[in-house]
Design a protein around this ligand. Structure first.
Ligand SMILES: [Zn+2]
Ligand SMILES: [Zn+2]
Length: 108
């Protein structure tokens, strides 16, 4: 399987932040609010989806090999896509999402 990586800059549809190119990877979500756009159909960077709906960051988790992964859900068609977090993503937002999805268990 092969797909071409499209590395392009964009202005976030959610918060208006300008996101520059990410060297060596393909940026597909906003570094500040982590919102994405539903442009990929099956693999990151394929740009085959006709949907173009806004994708909300739903949850995050840590992958042993890839690091932080962000799960996005399209607010238009409800499709879920998982994307690797970029090194310059807003880490506070990632932490906030991780504590929302995995509330710390209180042992007593
Ligand atoms: Zn944004
Ligand atoms: Zn969609």
């Amino acid at each position: 399987m092969s797909f071409k990586v499209i590395n392009e800059e964009f202005d976030c549809k959610n918060c208006g932040t300008h996101n520059g190119k990410l060297p060596g990877s393909c940026r597909n979500h906003c570094t500040k609010c982590l919102f994405s756009l539903h442009v990929d159909e099956s693999s990151p960077g394929d740009r085959l989806s006709p949907c173009h709906g806004p994708m909300t960051p739903e949850s995050v988790y840590q992958d042993g090999k890839k690091g932080w992964m962000i799960s996005h859900k399209c607010s238009k068609c409800k499709k879920i896509m998982v994307n690797k977090a970029a090194p310059d993503d807003n880490f506070d937002e990632i932490i906030r999402l991780s504590s929302e999805t995995n509330p710390p268990k209180i042992l007593n």
